[in-house]
Write a protein that binds this ligand. Structure first.
Ligand code: GLC
Length: 551
């Protein structure tokens, strides 16, 4: 028997699951206030069953001033009235379970909201006090203390420090916030912070959640003494393995936290999982988050960021599989989420032209038809890969980014904090269309929508695509059905060929071919086409098309 834990392949549901991300603000609005809510999600669960996913991950729905769309949590054990009540959350969990859907919730441990009781207590307390020690407060530099304690920048732009005002009205200490000013970073050197989050984990596990997506999992521990870091701030550390780590990301100490959390999850019945949102490169560093006694999975952002070329895709797929194999974990795949330009638009931009943080009026616009064509090919390629796949709401409709949103409508703090240089993430967060001819395209019972929906979105609505052969929705449905029927998620990838234009691999009895080149590629002889991302031309596979074949 093999006793090396890294050589034992895990077998839980999550290892091969298709997991659908719901961004509650924008999925379905039951009360017509323009913001999606938990009862709206519950009412639409049958859509997810029909689509054929195994689980949902819900972005935060906790009480929050919404300075960062709910990633600023004021109370980890409740539901914001904007989204409903705890009873609504319980109902959602029960209804999901009765349909065989698992539910993962978002946990935000790097920072709280500035409205959190702990932070309010810290502001009212004096420097060096216990309430202040739950956060990262420091005196400012310079004789008057009016310079930030170090040079760190916020991910959203501007300094990562804000100066406080003491109860007597005098300027006080500074606090660290790697994100918005409304998101003070917690001090994970304080044992009380550990205790608090262990309790929050239990709170939601007791209510029946199947796991947690852990926000900014690579950020909790900062290097001692908070040394200056003269580099521009990016959430992705982007380091080669032998370069110095930025002092705020991917520090060794984070792993001990997840080992402890893992023990809590393992003490519960069923297979509960931890999923790391860790913008860590290269894949070998990321793999350290999914060692056998830590998290179960980590988002594969290197895959999401890879260029749409055969060599780039070959390299990232191979590297991802090798890195997770080395620690005995399954790989994950993801193309879109609430923080990046939707892949139906991203892939319509020039290859190698950089990655915009949002697209707006006056920016180079993606080629919508090309983007959708490549997005469909990319998804069909992704869903054939072994491991689990994360889908972001609306991508099953081929939904593009809203790339012409009026700047006045933007709500992502990135836009203001970057001095209006980075448009940010609103374009991928627009409420999704369900019915072409209904108010707010069926998002809610009224016209209200917290971000404006583009006038062209009727054509993407679910009711325009359901049962329409060749629609993006039917492509997703069929691919998810075949993926399950052929056990692709638990299969093994075997490369048959790869060159500058095409990738061909086998997974079980399926052969998967993607044509990235300019010229059509002939179908292999005697191949039965099980799925194709676009119509074939006779016996040829055109440019930017993926096919699933059985020979
Ligand atoms: C994660 C979330 C993002 C949020 C940030 C701060 O990256 O995905 O939406 O702004 O963390 O919590």
């Amino acid at each position: 028997m093999n006793t090396d834990p890294t050589q034992q392949t895990p077998t839980g549901w999550w290892t091969e699951a298709a997991i659908y991300q719901i961004y509650p603000r924008s999925f379905a609005d039951s009360d017509g206030d323009g913001v999606g809510d938990l009862p709206g999600i519950t009412a639409r669960l049958d859509h997810l069953v029909e689509l054929g996913v195994d689980a949902v991950w819900l972005s935060p729905f906790y009480p929050s001033p919404q300075a960062d769309a709910g990633y600023d949590v004021a109370d980890y054990r409740n539901v914001d009235p904007l989204f409903g009540t705890l009873a609504d959350a319980d109902k959602l969990l029960t209804e999901a379970r009765s349909r065989g859907l698992r539910v993962i919730v978002d946990l935000v441990p790097n920072h709280t909201s500035s409205a959190h009781r702990w932070f309010q207590e810290a502001l009212a307390a004096s420097p060096g006090s216990l309430p202040r020690s739950r956060y990262i407060f420091r005196d400012g530099l310079g004789p008057a203390g009016d310079q930030p304690p170090n040079d760190w920048q916020s991910v959203f732009g501007g300094p990562a420090w804000t100066r406080t005002v003491d109860p007597d009205g005098q300027p006080g200490q500074w606090y660290l916030h790697l994100f918005d000013t409304g998101q003070p970073d917690l001090n994970w050197d304080n044992p009380e912070v550990h205790e608090e989050f262990l309790d929050v984990l239990r709170f939601w596990l007791d209510r029946g959640v199947d796991g947690f997506r852990v926000d900014v999992a690579h950020g909790l521990i900062k290097q001692a003494n908070l040394p200056d870091w003269q580099e521009p701030q990016e959430i992705l550390s982007g380091n080669e393995i032998d370069k110095p780590r930025p002092p705020m990301w991917d520090q060794e100490g984070v792993h001990e936290i997840y080992r402890q959390w893992r023990q809590v999850l393992d003490s519960y019945p069923g297979e509960r999982v931890l999923v790391a949102e860790a913008w860590v490169e290269p894949a070998e560093r990321l793999a350290r988050y999914v060692r056998p006694d830590e998290m179960h999975q980590a988002f594969n952002f290197e895959y999401l960021l890879a260029a749409w070329t055969a060599p780039a895709q070959y390299a990232v797929i191979t590297r991802s599989l090798e890195a997770t194999d080395s620690v005995g974990a399954p790989t994950t795949w993801v193309l879109s989420n609430h923080d990046v330009v939707r892949h139906a638009s991203r892939l319509g931009l020039a290859i190698g032209g950089g990655r915009p943080n949002g697209i707006g009026i006056g920016d180079p616009q993606p080629d919508a038809a090309l983007g959708l064509r490549r997005a469909r090919a990319a998804t069909l390629l992704m869903l054939a890969l072994p491991g689990s796949a994360y889908l972001y709401q609306g991508e099953e409709l081929g939904l593009p980014e809203h790339t012409t949103m009026p700047d006045e409508a933007r709500q992502d703090p990135t836009w203001a904090r970057s001095g209006h240089t980075q448009r940010g993430r609103d374009g991928c967060r627009v409420p999704i269309p369900w019915e072409a001819d209904a108010p707010s395209y069926g998002f809610g019972p009224t016209d209200a929508s917290w971000l404006p929906q583009p006038p062209s979105w009727a054509e993407y609505a679910l009711d325009r695509q359901r049962d329409v052969p060749g629609s993006t929705y039917e492509l997703y449905r069929e691919a998810l059905r075949l993926r399950r029927a052929h056990g692709l998620g638990r299969g093994t990838l075997e490369w048959l060929s790869s060159d500058d234009e095409t990738l061909v691999f086998r997974n079980g009895e399926l052969t998967v071919l993607t044509n990235f080149g300019d010229a059509p590629v002939p179908l292999p002889p005697n191949a039965e086409v099980l799925a194709t991302s676009a119509p074939l031309t006779g016996i040829a596979i055109p440019t930017d098309v993926t096919v699933w074949l059985r020979s």
